[in-house]
Structure formats: structure tokens, C-alpha cells
Design a protein around this ligand. Structure first.
Ligand code: PLP
Length: 457
């Protein structure tokens, strides 16, 4: 209780008393308390003190059409008034789920067949892993159950999804990853590339590492490969030139499925409708969430091709049912909001906006490279990052996370919400952002960097 004396019986104190936050140091939270956001409009949010911020990460890489979009509010209201809930178990269906499934298959970058609905990115990835195992059993290949994801990849936090995720704090003390989930090289050229190695050579090495892992484990035991087209939470890692072509050649050789996690990249973030389009990925399965409803409603979807679906359908026939599904999967509210959200994205060409404003913003970020503290500026479309270093030559820092945390705090003071992943600060604003607003955001980044330089001397 002592910890809360500074806060009296305020909302802050009540938050500390009763609210256990995700991705938060739970002990430290008792001292620092929450930042409480109470309003949002366009690319801005306002906290309870009345301070307004640019939401430089679109919430959690997700509020694509911005806050308080009337069309989404109205679509949600219409749906709630008509049919607030129905499910899809036992052959039941409803209009929004059917319309959205048809829409997703229609805009897919490669021929797709079916949509399965889930409620979060984690749940979707978890479900895909179950489907991969089910499918291998259906094909009479019970040994083909291992899957390969990448170091620093992010696929969520349920038991399977956290196992796929390649970040230490998602495994540590959780007894993860599961032993059927393996990780291969993170394709971050700036960080992992060797002296004298070209980007293309590095991409080749990544594919060779994948092939060596498959060989070590036994090609008949590996069922699927998981990747975000651009890694988000792992630090906005843009793949090196030719990377996905080389990776896909290896997967084809060993009959391994490609699962594209489009949870951040999907619906325009990379300047194309899907990250898979940007990088020439031909996935068997696509996982979608976040920007599918601009996060106004929890929702996710798994899009799969016929090659993936058919054996699963046969197995469900043999067993008599597909023994998997969620009460709220394909929820009419989420599906209705998703349909309206996708209509807004298409009618207002937010994909084109992400491409154009994103290129402008990233060009401005590039100018920060003259700072002694900036190691790399990277990004594509409207997702970008600045990686901070103490020693530019060695690309290193003495205390990981110090610069990133300080930079994030400075941006926060100056009215920009972002997020640091160790010493990388990420930018992923709502896709409605204008060029002027992107300039405003850049000015805050530049000012904060100057303050950081002064602070660290
Ligand atoms: N996949 C990717 C690429 C993500 O970025 C995230 C969340 O950040 C997830 C999966 C997990 O989604 P959720 O937090 O909705 O479970």
C-alpha cells in the first residue's frame, strides 16, 4: 500500500491495486504507475492530464485508420443492433463472416481457399500449428511435426505462439519453447552480416543455415516455416535482398509449408496490401490480425490454400468433426468492423498513402545517420526504426537498452508515443498520417535525439 501513497485513491492507485499489465515490470509498476490514455482522434491520443501525443506506433502497430473513425463506429453499432453474436460451430454461419471470408480470399496475393477465424494473433498462430500437426497426421506423416521460425521473430505469447517467437524474454521462466519448434538465423544484415559479406551473400548464408538445420533435424520431420515479411517486435528487421526467394527455394526442395505472419505487415503497412506481395512470398497460410479491424475489435483470421486445407478437411471427415474452434471466432462485430475497415483502406488508398508518406518519413529519418548515436535507419512502407549505438564502428552499446529507453522517454516528453526494443526505436503510425503530420513526428524524433546526444555527452 505504501507504494501507492503518491497516488491517493486516483485511477493510478486503483490501476496499481488491481490491474496486472502485459509486457510490464510488475514490481516497478507499483512505483511508476500507469499512463492512462482517455481519448483518441486520428493519429493522436490524449492522456488524463490533457497532454496530446502522436501515436507513433498506432497503438500496437494496429490502428491503421486512426482513432475515432466514424465509419467503424457506425458499422459496429449497426451490427450490434442487428445480430450482436453468433458462432460458426456445427455448420452455423452469419453474413459478416461469409462476406469477410470471401473478401480476404479475393484480395489474397496468391490463390487461397478458406478462412478460419480466431481472436488474436497469438491464437491464430497457435491454431495454425495445431492445423500443421493435424494435417501431417492426415497425410500419414506423423513424424513431420517440427516447425522452424526465426530468432527475433514475433508470433505471440500462447504456448505455441511464444515457442515460435524467437525472443528470450518470451521463453525465460515460461519453460518454452516447445521442443518441436526450432529457430534459424535472423536476417538482419546490418547486425548479422560479416565483414566483406554483401547483402546478397548474407541472404544466401541465411538460406544455407536454414537448409543445414533441416538436414540436421531430418528433412522428413520438418513441416512448416514461419516468418513475418518484416519482423516487427524483434526490431523492425527488413529482409536482405533476395532473402525470401532463397528461403522459398529451400522450402520447396523439402516440401515444407510457408506460414506468413502478416499480423503487422497485412493491409498496407509495407506499402502493398500484404508484406508477402512486397517480398514475393507465396505463402500456404497467412495469419492476419491487428490492422484487419484497426484493433477496434479483437479479431484474427487464418487464410489458407487448398493444399493446406484439403488434408485437414479429409481428416475431419474421418474423425467426424474438426475438434477446434472458438466461441468468438468470426464474431459478427469483428467481421463487420473488418469489412468496413478494409473498405476504408481501399477507398481512401491508405496503402498508397503508407507507401508515399512512409518513403518521405524514412528519407527524413535517413538524415539522422549523421548523429554519432545512430547506427542504422531501416524500414519499408510506413514501418521504420532507428537503432542507437554508442560505438558506430563496432555497432555496439555497453548497456543494452539504456539509449533506447532514454530516447523513448525523450520522445514521450516531446509528445510522441513510440516503443523501444532494446536500443531500437520503432515507428509505425496510423496509415492515415499526412505528410505534414509525418514531418511533425520527425521534428520530435530529431529534437529528442539532440536532447539524447546532450544527455550522454
Ligand atoms: N504476430 C505478430 C507479427 C505480431 O506482431 C503479434 C503481436 O504483436 C502477434 C503475432 C500476436 O498477436 P496478439 O498480441 O494479438 O496475440
Amino acid at each position: 500500500m505504501d507504494d501507492m501513497t503518491n497516488f491517493g485513491n486516483t485511477a493510478e492507485a486503483r490501476d496499481i491495486r488491481h490491474h496486472f499489465h502485459g509486457y510490464t515490470n510488475a514490481r516497478r509498476h507499483m512505483d511508476v504507475g500507469p499512463m492512462i490514455i482517455e481519448d483518441g482522434e486520428g493519429i493522436y491520443v490524449t492522456d488524463t492530464s490533457g497532454k496530446r501525443y502522436i501515436e507513433g506506433l498506432a497503438g500496437l502497430w494496429s490502428v491503421g485508420v486512426g482513432f475515432k473513425e466514424r465509419r467503424l463506429i457506425e458499422a459496429a453499432t449497426r451490427q450490434l443492433e442487428k445480430l450482436p453474436f453468433y458462432h460458426n460451430f456445427g455448420h452455423k454461419s452469419h453474413g459478416p463472416a461469409i462476406d469477410l471470408a470471401e473478401k480476404l480470399v479475393g484480395i489474397a496475393p496468391v490463390p487461397m481457399s478458406k478462412v478460419f477465424y480466431t481472436n488474436s494473433g497469438s491464437e491464430a498462430n497457435d491454431t495454425v500449428l495445431k492445423m500443421v500437426w493435424y494435417r501431417s497426421n492426415a497425410l500419414g506423416k506423423p513424424e513431420k511435426k517440427k516447425v522452424i521460425a526465426r530468432t527475433r521473430g514475433y508470433h505471440g505469447v500462447t504456448i505455441a505462439a511464444a515457442s515460435l517467437t524467437g525472443l528470450p524474454y518470451n521463453h525465460r521462466s515460461f519453460d518454452l519453447p516447445l521442443d518441436r519448434v526450432l529457430h534459424t538465423t535472423c536476417p538482419h544484415y546490418w547486425k548479422e552480416g560479416r565483414d566483406g559479406e554483401s547483402e546478397e551473400q548474407f541472404a544466401t548464408r541465411c538460406a544455407e543455415d536454414l537448409e543445414a538445420l533441416i538436414q540436421r533435424e531430418g528433412p522428413d520431420t520438418v513441416a512448416a516455416f514461419w516468418a513475418e515479411p518484416v519482423m516487427g517486435a524483434g526490431g523492425v528487421v527488413v529482409p536482405p535482398k533476395g532473402y525470401f526467394d532463397k528461403i522459398q527455394a529451400v522450402l520447396a526442395k523439402y516440401d515444407i509449408l510457408f506460414v506468413a505472419d502478416e499480423v503487422i505487415c497485412g493491409f498496407g503497412r509495407t506499402g502493398e496490401m500484404f508484406g508477402s506481395t512486397t517480398y514475393g512470398i507465396r505463402p500456404d497460410v497467412m495469419v492476419m490480425s491487428k490492422q484487419i479491424t484497426s484493433s477496434y475489435v479483437p479479431f484474427s483470421a487464418i487464410l489458407m490454400n487448398e493444399r493446406f486445407f484439403a488434408p485437414i478437411a479429409d481428416e475431419s471427415d474421418r474423425i467426424s468433426t474438426f475438434g477446434h474452434g472458438y466461441t468468438a471466432g468470426g464474431h459478427p462485430l469483428g467481421a463487420a468492423v473488418a469489412l468496413e475497415n478494409l473498405a476504408i483502406i481501399q477507398e481512401n488508398d491508405l496503402v498508397g498513402n503508407a507507401r508515399e508518406v512512409g518513403a518521405h518519413f524514412r528519407a527524413r529519418l535517413e538524415t539522422l545517420k549523421s548523429s554519432p548515436l545512430v547506427g542504422e535507419v531501416r524500414g519499408v512502407g510506413l514501418i521504420a526504426a532507428v537503432e542507437l549505438v554508442e560505438d558506430k564502428q563496432a555497432k555496439s552499446v555497453t548497456t543494452p537498452g539504456r539509449l533506447g529507453t532514454m530516447m523513448n522517454a525523450a520522445m514521450h516528453r516531446n509528445g510522441l508515443i513510440s516503443r523501444n526494443m532494446t536500443d531500437t526505436v520503432a515507428f509505425c503510425p496510423p496509415m492515415i498520417i499526412t505528410r505534414q503530420q509525418a514531418d511533425d513526428m520527425f521534428e520530435i524524433v530529431a529534437k529528442s535525439l539532440a536532447e539524447l546526444e546532450a544527455e550522454v555527452g
